[in-house]
Write a protein that binds this ligand. Structure first.
Ligand code: AOF
Ligand code: ZN
Length: 366
């Protein structure tokens, strides 16, 4: 009976965490539920970096009722003094008797210490209820906190034959409106958005989040080895979000200076001729970019795939066939010689969105 109840309340905590996706920046999304005698007496979620953690909100709501109660939390309660005091101490002070945790916090500052502290203080702790769901929900946070590299999601919109534009470069529109709206939610849920300079030259995108409710626009990142970004590019003028250019030592100093004066941040990633993408991701991680949504073009996608830098791919497919020997594909690179070397995707999901299909999965790297 207890196991069923535990899953029920943990699901509620996960639902609340899920609702905050995109808001917490480099922080995880976390939900907490306080239950006393079968009654929910407190609910909380972490809403924004620098503001109280989920447990604090839930305990505040519960007040005295937390004493002797059970707290369900989707991530191990923290044990460190960060922007806020440790949640484990808060739980101890509140006098709760049991804490159910979905997954451990991989943050090296926590990593088991929160659970240990609770146990040392006589609190019964159970770990692992709906662990897989909790890990999936915080996959971006987990990657970033453990590797200092941003989580990389590639999103493509292509015809059924894998083309992202026609032979003349026309790409408006491939996917349907609902699929395109979905992309804006994805933008909201990443704190960086990346494109190659060819995409800027061809489409002049603004790369902002445009939803019916206000969303958060990610930092715009352009991979531009020689700083060919046109002076008239919208993203250099609209002030809608920070813009970062990843370039190489081959870009002229003059061009670097003039773009810097416009408030653009330039990061030199290697000697060239191509941007060292791994180095670029490292440097983005250093400036606090914990997740990157890559929106093309095919060459950037191909290079990231070839260098095994991709964590997730989300492919929107439209029921169209365009052909074209030189029409760009979703992943442009030399490719692998043998099928056995193809990049395999795990945990595949397939969803029909009107007449479009969205296929998503996680590349398996060994
Ligand atoms: C929790 N509950 O709701 C969250 C936790 O910078 P700070 O002080 O906000 O700390 C952020 C770290 O705390 C974050 O990296 C993760 O380890 C943990 N987040 N922990 O107990 C929460 N958001
Ligand atoms: Zn905390």
């Amino acid at each position: 009976m207890e196991i069923i109840n535990d899953e029920y309340y943990m699901k509620l905590a996960l639902d609340m965490a899920n609702r905050s996706q995109g808001q917490t920046g480099v922080n995880p999304v976390v939900g907490a539920v306080v239950v006393r005698d079968g009654e929910v007496v407190g609910l909380g979620s972490h809403l924004k970096r620098g503001t109280p953690h989920a447990e604090v909100h839930a305990l505040n709501m519960a007040g005295e009722a937390a004493k002797g109660g059970t707290v369900y939390v989707t991530l191990e309660p923290c044990s460190h003094y960060g922007a806020t005091p440790p949640c484990s101490e808060g739980l101890i002070k509140a006098g709760v008797s049991r804490v159910v945790v979905a997954c451990e916090d991989p943050n090296p500052q926590v990593a088991g210490r929160g659970i240990e502290l609770l146990r040392r203080n006589g609190i019964e702790v159970q770990v692992g209820v709906l662990r897989d769901e909790a890990i999936k929900l915080n996959r971006k946070f987990i990657k970033y906190i453990t590797t200092k590299l941003p989580y990389v999601t590639i999103k493509t919109a292509s015809t059924l034959d894998g083309k992202i534009a026609s032979r003349s470069g026309d790409s408006k529109w491939i996917s349907n409106e609902v699929a395109r709206e979905r992309v804006h939610t994805m933008r909201h849920r990443h704190n960086g958005i990346m494109v190659g300079v060819e995409t800027v030259i061809a489409d002049n995108p603004s790369l902002t989040t445009r939803l019916t409710v206000p969303g958060i626009s990610p930092i715009r990142i352009v991979v531009d080895s020689k700083l060919r970004i046109p002076d008239e590019a919208t993203m250099l003028h609209d002030g809608a979000a920070q813009t970062v250019l990843l370039t190489t030592a081959q870009a002229s100093e003059e061009r670097r200076d003039s773009l810097t004066k416009r408030g653009v941040q330039i990061i030199v990633c290697g000697e060239g001729p191509q941007v060292d993408l791994r180095l670029g991701l490292e440097k983005l991680g250093e400036i606090g970019v914990s997740s990157v949504l890559v929106e093309g073009g095919g060459r950037l996608n191909g290079s990231l795939l070839q260098e095994k830098l991709v964590d997730e791919v989300i492919l929107f497919l439209a029921p169209k066939l365009i052909g074209g020997l030189n029409a760009p594909g979703s992943f442009v690179f030399d490719g692998f010689e043998l099928m056995k070397d193809a990049v395999a995707l795990s945990d595949l999901t397939v969803e029909q969105i009107g007449d479009n299909v969205c296929i998503a999965g996680y590349p398996v790297w060994d």
